[in-house]
Design a binder for this molecule. Sequence first.
Ligand code: UDX
Length: 438
Amino acid sequence: MKIAVIGTGYVGLVTGTCFSETGIQVMCVDIDIKKVEKLNNGIIPIYEPGLDVLFHRNVAEGRLKFTTNLAEGIKDAQVIFLALPTPPGEDGSADLKYILKVADDLGQIMEEYAVIVDKSTVPVGTAEKVSAAIAKNAKVDFDVVSNPEFLREGVAVEDFMKPDRVVVGTRSERAKKVMEKLYAPLVRQGNPVIFMDERSAEMTKYAANSFLAMKITFMNEIANLCELAGADVDNVRKGIGTDSRIGKRFLFAGIGYGGSCFPKDVQALAKTSEEYNYEFKVLKSVMEVNEAQKTKMIPLLKKHFNGDLKGKTIAVWGLSFKPYTDDIREAPALENINILLEEGAKVIAYDPEGMENVRNYVLGNKITYAHTPYAALDDAEALMIFTEWPQFRTPEFEKMALLMKSKVIFDGRNVYELDHMKELGFTYYSIGRETVNA
Ligand code: UDX
């Protein structure tokens, strides 16, 4: 079998690499000449654990190839994945210009039947639009299928190779057979390939991400209430997570969700609702609460310093939106740092993977970048934790105490135990729990 993947961004590259690992021929296509050149030279432009091993093996064995030429890329491909960006337009709806442009091109160059797969997260009705764009010029039969990805950054390879489920939206028996064969090696443990119509598959993706964003947001509101009512959100989490109807995962309160998916998808689903004149009230609250949650530690920090952050040195641990990724899109850390800078504070930050992106694309030299977590603490009057990288969980607290000007931690991810902090004498603010040694 031979497939093509159009777009070598995060999703496209993981999709192409992982499928090549199942032994099929994969041709990845991208218009970015520099990127394709890099990929052809064995350089992976993103950080994703486990991807390099698979990438190098399959490139070496000749199953994974890269080109800028669409016609060459799709030649003999039975399946053509569209993994193209769908950035939010000004009104929050997903912009389909990249996908529809490729669909248009495909119609002109396809020489035999192929299944075209929407892998990008796209609004309900997109499969029909893609189909129409191809059909304008197509001389051959084709089917357009919706096959949303459910990949978490940082564990995308594992999620791809062992999916909980695969959702495929198509009403064509011919396309169904092709997709069944393609995914067969990945669902051998018995996890299902769930077939449905295109619109339901498109909706499934938005419903899944919005539900998870809502789950987190619900816990964040419980946390806010715990702070007022003298309860501990960690205990509440354990208490409710053991109910199998609720489940243990995605119940961690913190300074809000970020990343390239949740904020965009919640916004896009709200926009879709509007288009159907339906007011999705829960989604609106989710967006509003999450926005406020991201900077909720700032007033506490200001209060701690009697309202004035001018000239204060604040250490920051964690810049990426979550651990195991260098992705800083919608990262709560950035919004907080901007406020700190506006207030006249000096920021020294450390992140194992995210510093390059922050320096190159967002903050430049407005902040100082430390080489180690400890180097960030030098003379700091407070430490703020925005990402729960494992190395922040069990640091040498004695060393921290010696380096810092004052032993104050604002923890946006609840990485430490309250009793431990009490014992060590740190002033410790966290989310949905008692403040210690204030
Ligand atoms: C998400 C979905 O999980 C994935 O299925 C989809 O296809 C893409 O979007 P991702 O954005 O990589 O994946 O990250 P995820 O691990 O889901 O975390 C999203 C955000 O929620 C992060 O900011 C994270 O810090 C936050 N989060 C997660 C919490 O605040 N609490 C939790 O309990 C879990």
